[in-house]
Design a protein around this ligand. Sequence first.
Ligand SMILES: [Ca+2]
Length: 475
Amino acid sequence: MDPFRTPRTLSGLLVFGLASFLLAAERPNVLFIFADDQRADTIAALGNPVIKTPNLDRLVARGVAFDRAYMQGGNNGATCVPSRAMLLSARPLARIDEKLSRDETWPHAFGTAGYATFMAGKWHNTPASVGKSFQQARSLFVGGMTNPLKAKINDLLPTGKLSPARPCPKHLCEEATDEVLAFLKGRDLTKPFFAYLAFDGPHDPHVVPEGFPVKYDPATIPLPVNFLPQHPFNNGEMVIRDEQLLPWPRQPEAIRVMLADYYRYISFLDLQVGRLLDALEATPAGRNTYVVFAADSGVARGSHGLIGKQNLYEHSLRVPLLFTGPGVPGARRTQALCYTFDVMPTLGKLCGVSAPTTSEGREFTAVLTDPTQAARPELVFGYKRIQKAISDGRWKLIRYPQVDRTQLFDLQADPFETKDLAGDPAQAARLQGLLGRLESGLQACGDADPLTVKTPQAAAWTPPKKLPQPGEKGF
Ligand SMILES: [Ca+2]
């Protein structure tokens, strides 16, 4: 049987008892694992020479790894929120409902189609909306940011409301993994499942349980190829909270220490992924489950003089996307361009689940059959009104309207975006063409922000003597 031809046309039979059982037993399951702020270049099997990720490497070996999967951007500094809304509702940035209370979500659609739906971990789109998406949810972290060893968590009650907060008994990511394992063990075997595990890491603070044996010596960690002590101009978001994690100028030693802690956290998450893979492999369901790993964004960690993800460089927008499951070829990489909000429509297609009426993402099952296939021809991105970008996979243009700056990169020759070609007369026609496509591409996604402003600010920037504090404008 062609694994991409799902029994959707037979869904009417689901109302009949025995048929329902037999059909449900054949329908594939989904385990979706979502990391928080994990750069795409943090997986050993995809070329990182330092980090240890044996379990993500298992996923790489058995599936298709996307080298060009992207989140579309953010409308505020906490990009976790819009990123999750884009993922779960499969809508572009300018058309999401951040609270997820209006748009119908894909987990809800899976539930309606007969799936047992479950989530654990980070939920960031208002507590009231969890129950609209999932039938069951445990050990939810609904706060903004926390020490993962001191988190307060909630459970979804049958009323659809959340229980009072309780202290998380262990590291938040380990606790959420335990909950998914318990769900898999106790689940209703007559139904396929859709399980969603959202880690709160490797978001800072980079905290793992004391005694976790994997450690990295900062001296052995290479600096990012595009490391800079300071971003060369004002990108409109120079002193936001994430950028204050380290002082200016960024010191190579401090970046190495930060990366060592960040990598250690990723190795700790990798261990949790391994626990899940082991449990799945021990059951017959393991052979019929799509296991997908992705992240809500990347992060700078010293690249381009930046620390956070409030920018449109590759290190912040590009995310890991590992797609495995029945019929998906192993050990393949693809250059197909896609957004994270294309992932759920793809899973829906594979599982015979109809799209919610508000879903706009495009399914890319053809890439899973043949990883040389293209997905989207180009992608557009935005961060607030201050940064907009377009990429066709090779050429990438970033526009900063507030300071009237444009960058042009040839990602093929310069994947780390270190040589800005915007001032090169030989690229003038290309630059104009990309600007036009950027404008039309954004408008097609519902983003009508202007690409020029009447009175641009000066682009020069020096660190201010007094930085905005928590609660103040600009933090
Ligand atoms: Ca995030």
